[in-house]
Ligand binder design. Structure first.
Ligand SMILES: C/C=C/C(=O)SCCNC(=O)CCNC(=O)[C@H](O)C(C)(C)COP(=O)(O)OP(=O)(O)OC[C@H]1O[C@@H](n2cnc3c(N)ncnc32)[C@H](O)[C@@H]1OP(=O)(O)O
Ligand SMILES: NC(=O)C1=CN([C@@H]2O[C@H](COP(=O)(O)OP(=O)(O)OC[C@H]3O[C@@H](n4cnc5c(N)ncnc54)[C@H](OP(=O)(O)O)[C@@H]3O)[C@@H](O)[C@H]2O)C=CC1
Length: 447
């Protein structure tokens, strides 16, 4: 029995749930890994010189044991997220520490503590097996998976599962991730695959779409409302391309920051009008490594006022971190919100606190999304209200190159990876709906 038989069943059109349940699970499968004995391979190098192509491997690995509440999924496609870039360059720390810590939780979680880490936090595919206690999903179901892994044994996580003390990001802080032919997930990560999308299109939004939804829309984030001015850093990138869509679909006014003409055009084609090209306009928020330049914050704020007819921003959608955070706090309007989920350029932020407290601004920390938020974000994709922003698709063996592109900011929107899917374009179940949205679905393709 090989993964080829699984692929044949998925492509056969008439395979039933019973047929999938009867398929033997192969002993091994191909997966993208990083290796524990290589975590020091980039020691001494600058972050930008650490090359994911050197640390990312394609290995044959054994299929993990299936536990209660879990599912084994045949992965047709996945996508590259920035967390896989962090794993592959072993920054800000090697992810094997997370696996060791998870391995100590129970006899079953010990499975995750291995000398290799199968990475990837998105998937679209087909359920192969479910463990004891799983009733909502069955073999043969076509699914996407969000990346929140929780134990929920403590009361802390029962208002908002992101607050579970054992909250982890699947494929980053757990093993058996989505950049592989088979993945192990908790069944409460599963959601229906949007029927009008191909496997690679369905896999692309998951992590970033859910994160942007919580950060911007949810009551746990900035609670964006109609008419809000929303400053979006990296507005055509992974997170930003969904934040821009949420702002537009929610009646807000996105002010999109990008770094090239081409990216400005993409934002325009999504419907944004206020666009700042940070490269062309040459903002230098830091005079040197340790000193910011408040005159540049002011120049940036004036530009925003020009674009909004004199208004300041209600919300800043933050993730670049150290390089932009001082400016973000400065340009937010009185009583406004800076909502941050990351620190790509450095996690020790500096800002002038007088502008925060005197103007009653708030900084909100946001991280991924709970199941409900991920479900609502996926529902918007399934209804054709928000669209995938897939630009380029790689094969599983090219994942290192895909991660390199994302690390070096050479990509647009999201970068996809075919796992079991032999080619792009497969898995569409609702051609009519697809035809209605085809331009939006293809907006980021091949640019
Ligand atoms: C969905 C996609 C998301 C993304 O892409 S996000 C971007 C990628 N992610 C990252 O870059 C984050 C990577 N993670 C980290 O850098 C680290 O993960 C953290 C800095 C977030 C946490 O560090 P750590 O060392 O793992 O945890 P500690 O909480 O500092 O625990 C260490 C020890 O410190 C104790 N401790 C924690 N808080 C306190 C406190 N307030 N007072 C006293 N002690 C404290 C703990 O208990 C523990 O102790 P004991 O070692 O004995 O177990
Ligand atoms: N906590 C969470 O749940 C999540 C956190 N993240 C984190 O968010 C960050 C961004 O992820 P994602 O959007 O997928 O990544 P992408 O690389 O796809 O997009 C980020 C965009 O930000 C812009 N950018 C990068 N560096 C800077 C900078 N120094 N100053 C201004 N703009 C910058 C770039 O756009 P341009 O060049 O056009 O300006 C880039 O395209 C990563 O650190 C990731 O780990 C991501 C998802 C979830």
């Amino acid at each position: 029995m090989t993964v080829k038989d699984i692929l044949d069943a998925i492509q056969s059109k008439d395979a039933t749930s019973a047929d999938f349940a009867a398929l033997p699970i192969p002993e091994s499968y191909r997966a993208i890994t990083v290796h524990k004995d290589e975590t020091e391979m980039f020691a001494g190098l600058e972050t930008r010189d650490k090359d994911p192509r050197k640390s990312i491997h394609l290995d044959d690995v054994p299929v993990p044991e299936l536990g209660p509440g879990e599912a084994l999924v045949a992965v047709m496609a996945s996508s590259v997220n920035y967390n896989s870039v962090w794993t592959s360059i072993f920054e800000p720390l090697a992810t094997f520490g997370f696996l060791e810590r998870y391995g100590k939780v129970s006899e079953l979680t010990k499975r995750h503590d291995l000398p290799y880490h199968i990475i990837g936090s998105d998937l679209a595919g087909v359920v192969l097996r479910t463990g004891p206690g799983v009733n909502a999903w069955k073999p043969g179901d076509e699914v996407v998976a969000h990346c929140l892994s929780v134990e929920l044994e403590s009361s802390d996580g029962h208002n908002d599962t992101m607050l579970d003390p054992e909250q982890r990001i699947w494929g980053f802080e757990t093993n058996f991730g989505g950049l592989a032919e088979i993945a192990l997930v908790k069944s409460n990560q599963l959601m229906p695959k949007p029927k009008h999308l191909s496997w690679e299109e369905a896999a692309a939004p998951g992590l970033v779409n859910s994160t942007a939804y919580r950060q911007l829309v949810s009551r746990n984030g900035a609670q964006m409302k109609q008419g809000d001015n929303v400053l979006i850093w990296g507005a055509s990138g992974g997170l930003g391309s969904y934040a821009t869509q949420f702002a537009l679909a929610g009646g807000a006014n996105p002010i999109c920051v990008v770094s090239s003409d081409q990216k400005a055009d993409i934002c325009r084609s999504m419907g944004a009008e206020a666009i700042i090209d940070r490269n062309a306009e040459g903002y230098k928020f830091w005079k040197d490594e340790n000193t910011q330049d408040p005159r540049e914050w002011k120049r940036f704020g004036k530009r925003i006022r020009e674009l909004t007819g004199g208004e300041d921003v209600d919300i800043v959608f933050e993730h670049p971190g150290r390089e932009t955070f001082g400016a973000s706090v400065y340009v937010t309007r009185k009583g406004g919100t800076i909502v941050t989920c990351a620190s790509t350029s450095g996690y020790n932020h500096e800002y002038d606190n007088r502008y925060l407290w005197m103007s009653l601004k708030r900084i909100i920390g946001s991280h991924f999304a709970n199941y409900r938020e991920a479900w609502e974000a996926n529902r918007l994709i399934a209804k054709g209200k928000i669209h995938p922003t897939l630009s380029k698709v790689y094969s599983l063996q090219e994942t290192g190159q895909a991660a390199y592109d994302v690390h070096r900011n050479l990509h647009q929107g999201k970068v996809g990876v075919l796992c079991l899917a032999p080619e792009e374009g497969l898995g569409v179940r609702d051609e009519e709906m697809r035809a209605q949205h085809i331009d939006a679905i293809n907006r980021f393709r091949n640019i």
